[in-house]
Design a protein around this ligand. Structure first.
Ligand SMILES: [Zn+2]
Length: 532
């Protein structure tokens, strides 16, 4: 049986230190739910001693039953010169009633003498007494040895002594922290190997990414015997971020043979990453290893041909293993063998030589001539194929729309409003909305009108909007190409629209985006009921 590596997620604590992230209590609860569903072992959720918002969160979450994970409250060892029972931070930690706690303490002499200004001996007592106190309260205790690697490089015996003090106090795990993120993989391996010889309790690893090698450092620590891995989803964290669990977990599990998550949980990695990125208000980079939209995207005739013959020719793991998907990028050069993949999703009986395939190819060429570019916008191609094959019934028709732009004295930005009229199976609905600019107003009005018929549209958010001016091949007025990226918290998809008018181009992409969402929902449901 594969050996278990405990996954300790700190997205809500260390991750929340990232520039640009500000989790509300609601956001934190949604992150906890997502992390618990994917099956991480520990969720470090905040520092109740230093942050009133975290106290509110811990109060709110007290009644929530987690399926798998243990909730962790974070804080420091008792302050110097006082008794553990009198330490306000430790009191706040105990009040959270979490089953697990993570306590950081100093292991770099310079920080003890120059920063917190106490003696090396008192620091050891602070560590040992804090561990013993929390163990006596029945907690699962991780000791985070802050700046451990720098401390070890500076004074190895003392750094080890801090770990021995934690072990003596009864800690369950000793997490070695590369707090400044300056260590390199070979150093981590050497130091973890040495620590393991001198201590008997399990070692954890906590790396920061300042040298760009936090994932590599973590893997080397596990190779050297660490059994608890700390990190954050997508590597969110202060400065250059923390070790990225969305890379670490599949590497440990699929390549190094360890057991981190159950197989069906690992296949939720991509959708969990999309969800956490969305809650964090970050857009998920397409180049993100394992979970990015481009992680398994292929372009260029020869690569595509090879991947279609045998995916392992240009893929390091099967994309389904992490819940991602292979994408064959559409472009003028890619040809029939790629289009047929998408056609076969709709009708498996068609071949490269079928008349319908020729029709789809001709239509794509015609649109590319008009200025469309389908690379990265396969969802538009999927809709196009269904339309060309006669297998598509629109979910709605847009009967009319108007946009009005206005510059008022009261608002700094140009605000716009839009009115739309849609028709769904003979029933009309009119709606109006205001927005920052006409496209935003149109998007809002369109969704409000359609939500009446299709409530799941409320899950969709525009995550990116790109406009390119393109030279018209006919030599007349120049055109614009609009690319819209949308997400419903499970999937991310991109649609394209082209016109001489920006609003019309946006509208084409917006309508496609909504149609694609509704089509996807319908197919998901049919699959659930095993009708397809
Ligand atoms: Zn950290």
């Amino acid at each position: 049986m594969a050996e278990k590596i405990l996954i300790f997620d700190s997205t809500l604590r260390d991750g929340a230190q990232a520039e640009g992230i500000s989790f509300s209590v609601e956001d934190k609860i949604r992150v906890v739910e997502t992390l618990d569903k994917i099956g991480v072992d520990y969720i470090e959720a905040g520092n109740p001693g230093s942050n009133p918002k975290d106290i509110e969160f811990f109060n709110r979450i007290k009644g929530m039953q987690l399926k798998h994970a243990s909730l962790v409250a974070f804080g420091s060892t008792r302050r110097g010169g006082i008794a553990v029972e009198e330490d306000a931070n430790l009191k706040a930690i105990l009040e959270t009633q979490t089953p697990a706690v993570a306590i950081f303490g100093k292991s770099w002499t310079f920080h003890i003498t120059d920063i917190i200004k106490t003696t090396l001996a008192e620091n050891l007592r602070m560590i040992e007494e804090t561990m013993a106190y929390l163990k006596a309260k029945g907690k699962d205790v991780t000791f985070d040895a802050e700046h451990f690697f720098d401390g070890y490089k500076n004074d190895p015996p003392y750094a080890i002594e801090t770990l021995l003090a934690a072990q003596e106090g009864g800690a369950d795990y000793l997490a070695l922290c590369d707090t400044n993120g300056g260590s390199l993989p070979f150093e981590i391996q050497e130091i973890v190997t040495d620590v393991r010889k001198k201590l008997r309790i399990p070692i954890g690893i906590h790396c920061h990414n300042d040298s760009g090698v936090a994932v590599a450092n973590t893997l080397m620590a596990v190779q050297a015997g660490a059994r608890q891995v700390q990190g954050t989803f997508l590597g969110y964290g202060e400065r250059c971020g923390n070790a990225n669990l969305t890379s670490i977990i599949p590497n440990l599990q699929l390549k190094m043979g360890y057991d981190c998550l159950a197989e069906e949980e690992l296949s939720k990695l991509t959708s969990s990453a999309i969800r956490i990125a969305e809650i964090s208000n970050y857009s998920l980079s397409g180049r993100e290893p394992f979970v990015g939209k481009s992680a398994f995207a292929h372009k260029g005739g020869m690569h595509i041909d090879a991947v279609l013959k045998n995916p392992s020719s240009f893929e390091h793991i099967p994309p389904e293993a992490v819940g991602n998907e292979r994408r064959i990028l559409m472009s003028e050069v890619s040809g029939r063998s790629t289009i047929i993949q998408l056609i076969n999703e709709v009708d498996p009986s068609l071949t490269k030589k079928s008349e319908e395939t020729t029709r789809v190819m001709d239509r794509i060429k015609e649109l590319e001539y008009q200025g469309y570019q389908f690379e990265g916008a396969e969802s538009s191609v999927k809709l196009l194929i269904r339309k060309e094959l006669g297998k598509y019934k629109p979910f709605f028709t847009l009967e009319d729309f108007k946009t009005i732009g206005e510059q008022t004295h009261y608002k700094e930005a140009l605000s716009s409003s839009a009115v739309v009229k849609v028709n769904v199976e003979g029933q009309s609905e009119i709606n109006a909305a205001e927005g920052d600019g006409p496209v935003n107003a149109l998007d809002k009005a369109l969704r409000k009108a359609l939500e009446v018929f299709y409530p799941t549209i409320s899950e969709v958010r525009l995550t990116d909007f790109k406009v390119r001016v393109i030279d018209s091949k006919s030599g007349t007025a120049s055109k614009v190409r609009v690319l819209i990226e949308s997400s419903d918290g499970i999937d991310i998809w991109t649609n394209v629209g082209v016109s001489t008018d920006l609003i019309e181009a946006s509208l084409i992409a917006l309508i496609d985006s909504i149609e694609y969402k509704l089509l996807n929902d319908m197919e998901r449901k049919l699959k659930e009921y095993k009708l397809i």
